[in-house]
Design a protein around this ligand. Structure first.
Ligand SMILES: [Fe+2]
Ligand SMILES: [Fe+2]
Length: 368
């Protein structure tokens, strides 16, 4: 049987991770304990693939799955919820704690209404666990990424279990469970793909910001556990990046402009530098590192398959690699001219790549 590696991330709050290196599931356990009384909870128990891990961790922490009292589901996705029916079967006393919108969907696993506590039916969003006296709070994460997504705050550990909100693909190198600066890229990528819009994410950030006390640790269902300086820092960044439909809306017009720019540039190259034109044309049709960068049919660029700025970086690198060194500056000037003509907004780093050596000397000679 798979041995669960258990990490205590806060007071009686434990994490077990599934084994994937790039995109794993975080399964959390909480033991509310007072005067010999216990309430045992599991958060987003994962999938059938996690059965052994959950069995082993439950045995070590609670004395067995049969002692689980509450299964909390942040939302209904299969990576979150598909093990829940098996835990309900393994612990006859256990109940599912989730939102109405989530239950409407997970009820299709054949879960009876009698086994469910709906958050909306509870008398308040802040509750006290009768048996142990611990305080808990439910915090909605509307549309992050599901209408009925719910987060859970444990006052004892000051941990906010956030489900898919603040989750990430693993971009941090090495072992460990806590977020570093390297984790940000993975969090950003996950939110760009899975969260629907900037406003949904901002509202959830604001709702967390209004909590009193503020969470000290954010524990998401994927990626690294966020604590210390990164709690505020990553929440702030999340409220500022372009996400979901807003991201698509922002990049589509730029992408179209870049297609027009590159098409005009290539036409110009064909007459002025036929050798380079031939080489570049073949290069752009080739698959890149992860995917074909451009979709080209009959010498016409129809689409850009990656982020438009990455596509432009790829084009500049190809020009530098394939052109006769004497012609590079002139070819870059052509490209620059077309970019300016189409009013494409470029980061400084790309503007610098396009600067020719001569121009720099000219500027330097003006300065000195
Ligand atoms: Fe999800
Ligand atoms: Fe998820």
């Amino acid at each position: 049987m798979t041995q669960a590696k258990i990490s205590e991330i806060g007071a009686n709050f434990f994490l077990v991770r599934s084994g994937e290196r790039d995109f794993h599931r975080n399964i959390y356990f909480k033991k509310f304990s007072n005067n010999g009384q216990n309430i045992n909870m599991i958060f987003d128990p994962g999938t059938k693939l996690d059965g052994d891990l959950v069995m082993d961790a439950s045995k070590k922490l609670f004395g067995g799955v049969q002692n689980i009292d509450i299964i909390f589901l942040s939302h209904q996705d299969p990576d979150v919820s598909s093990l829940a029916p098996f835990i309900l079967a393994g612990s006859k006393k256990s109940v599912l704690l989730t939102s109405i919108d989530t239950f409407r969907l997970v009820s299709m696993y054949g879960i009876s209404e009698k086994r469910v506590m709906l958050i909306e039916n509870l008398k308040s969003e802040i509750l006290t666990i009768k048996k142990t006296g611990h305080k808990i709070r439910f915090v909605p994460a509307y549309y992050c990424h599901f209408r009925g997504a719910m987060m859970f705050f444990d006052y004892e550990s000051k941990i906010l279990f956030s489900g898919d909100f603040a989750a990430g693909i693993n971009t941090r190198k090495g072992d460990g469970i806590f977020a570093t600066e390297e984790s940000w890229e993975g969090i950003k990528a996950f939110h760009t793909i899975y969260m629907p819009s900037n406003s949904a994410v901002r509202e959830t950030v604001d709702r967390i910001g209004l909590m009193n006390p503020l969470p000290e640790i954010i524990a998401p269902q994927h990626g690294d556990v966020i604590k210390g300086e990164y709690t505020i820092e990553f929440l702030t960044r999340l409220s500022e990046i372009e996400i979901g439909i807003d991201y698509l809306k922002k990049i589509e017009p730029q992408k179209e402009l870049l297609i027009e720019t590159i098409s005009s540039f290539i036409d110009r190259l064909k007459t002025a530098f036929p050798d380079e034109w031939k080489k570049l044309k073949e290069e752009l049709k080739k698959p890149g590192q992860f995917t074909t960068v451009f979709k080209i049919i009959d010498e016409t660029i129809l689409d850009i398959k990656i982020d438009y700025l990455d596509a432009l970086r790829y084009l500049i690198d190809s020009i530098e690699r394939l052109s006769n060194p004497e012609n590079i500056d002139q070819i870059k000037t052509f490209l620059n001219f077309e970019l300016e003509n189409h009013n494409l907004i470029l980061p400084i780093e790309i503007q610098n790549k396009l600067k020719s050596e001569d121009k720099e000397i000219e500027i330097n000679s003006l300065l000195y």
